[in-house]
Design a protein around this ligand. Structure first.
Ligand code: ZN
Length: 214
């Protein structure tokens, strides 16, 4: 087993983790910031329809960014070693996710396909889905999120291969700027056998593509 090659991406990960240690403002301070943005948009935060908005926005933020309070490695920590010799591809396909782009703080909505080739350690399927959400529920770029998911699976499960394929619509592309409605972005990270073995890579790509558009 070669060691994971994820060390190269650690500065990005460290940057993301540093954010988690930034002290949070109080709820009152956060609501005041929302009022400022309402005024920036050109409206009056004191008018009746907007009075409760700051409170709703900060509650929504708790949901959108819940991933900062979770440790991705802990999510995968409970593994099963007795898998009766199962050593073929495990693929979770078409997992819907919602994230927010770190450049505009608007939604990234898409689907993720995550596969690994176990080497003794297997993890509960729901844990892979939770791992996706831990990273999705943060400010993100699609590229970094794809890498973070692959890195974490590689580090914790030490599988023979990891494949992460994300296909998403960035609302900052469709609702502002270039207004390219309907375009999606695909990012992939192939590790281990999925990177070095053409057959393994071909098999996982076929599994992702089967009876499925994109
Ligand atoms: Zn953006």
């Amino acid at each position: 087993m070669t060691p994971p090659t994820s060390a190269k991406t650690s500065p990005q990960r460290a940057a993301n983790q540093n954010l988690q240690h930034t002290p949070r403002p109080s709820a009152d301070e956060a609501m005041e910031a929302v009022r400022t943005l309402i005024r920036w948009a050109g409206d009056n935060p004191a008018r009746e329809g907007l009075i409760e908005t700051p409170k709703r926005v900060i509650e929504a933020y708790r949901e959108f960014y819940a991933g900062y309070d979770e440790d991705p490695e802990a999510v995968l920590a409970k593994t099963f070693e007795e898998v009766a010799g199962y050593d073929e591809i495990v693929l979770l396909k078409n997992m819907h996710f919602e994230s927010h782009c770190e450049h505009h703080m608007v939604p990234i909505i898409g689907r993720a396909h995550i596969a690994y080739l176990p080497d003794k350690k297997v993890v509960g399927l729901s844990k892979i889905a939770r791992l996706l959400d831990v990273f999705a529920k943060r400010l993100q770029t699609q590229e970094l999120m794809t890498t973070q998911i692959a890195d974490t699976i590689e580090r914790v499960l030490q599988p023979r291969g990891v494949a992460v394929i994300i296909d998403a619509n960035h609302e900052c592309m469709s609702t502002r700027g270039v207004h390219k409605t309907g375009s999606t972005t695909i990012t992939t990270q192939m590790r281990g056998a999925f990177k070095t073995d053409k057959d393994a890579r071909g098999e996982v790509m076929r599994m992702v593509a089967s009876s499925d558009i994109g």
